[in-house]
Design a protein around this ligand. Sequence first.
Ligand code: SF4
Length: 307
Amino acid sequence: MNIYLARTRGFCAGVSFATAVVERALQEYGLPIYVYHEIVHNTFVVNAFKERGIVFVEKLSEVPPGSRIIFSAHGVPPAIVRESERLRLRVIDATCPLVKKVHRQATKYSENGCHTVLIGHKGHQEMIGTAGYIKEELLHIVETVEDVKKLDIPLELKVGYITQTTLSVDESKLIIEAMHRRFPNLQDPARDDICYATQTRQDAVKELASLCDMIIICGSANSSNSNRLRETGERCGVPAYIIDSAADLRMEWFRGVENVGVSSGASVPHFIVEDLVKELEKMFPGAAVQRFENPEKNIVFPLPELL
Ligand code: SF4
């Protein structure tokens, strides 16, 4: 058995940033600290913070007035910012800087009266946040090429688009091409919204797919980027499974497999992948572990000033 580890995997700079914000807030202020939504979509990260007393909430009404609240890496809509001010909450913003860049683009489109097609998965926390920066009458959400055909925007009006940061690079390309065919004057955002971490992790899974008979992705079921990695493997014709940890492995997946690829979503701690590798080595004594050089080691986002 050969075990190939993806070139890029584990925490992206945005997840490192958001978790570091929570750590620093704990050090500087101690408890109580509230976090609006899961700080990142990973069960282990969230449970570890819960064990240290951090309280995760889905509604601001659960937070006592005047308390400290951290906004998660996925970002929040302006309505939540306003509600926090009304409740005199002391806000610490852990929104990934790359998500905030998308918020700025959304604001700019709305200020210019531009109909904005938001491409992504309805109901995902990042989509809820970004949609809030687009005027209601200018907002259109699409998930598929089929949805593009149903858009009801007169051709003479201004139209632009933005995307969720963690989409499938290949699928969103097809949707954007369909948008360009449908709206000849379509405005592209100033820069690609799909973030570097999503792109490099999907590229790394394609590399694994060229070497492996099966791929395992570590990640939580609600993690968008982890699910896109599993789909990327499958689209390359290689069976791929998503697991929270080594405990979820199933022996039947390995029938006839000689080369297994391992990767993880951008919100997965490195130790989860290392534990998985140890488990695979136990299951398949003598297995060789192949590691590639990671090109993105030096990408770091500076921490915000805390309040
Ligand atoms: S996946 Fe991309 S957008 Fe999301 S937190 Fe990481 S760097 Fe930021």
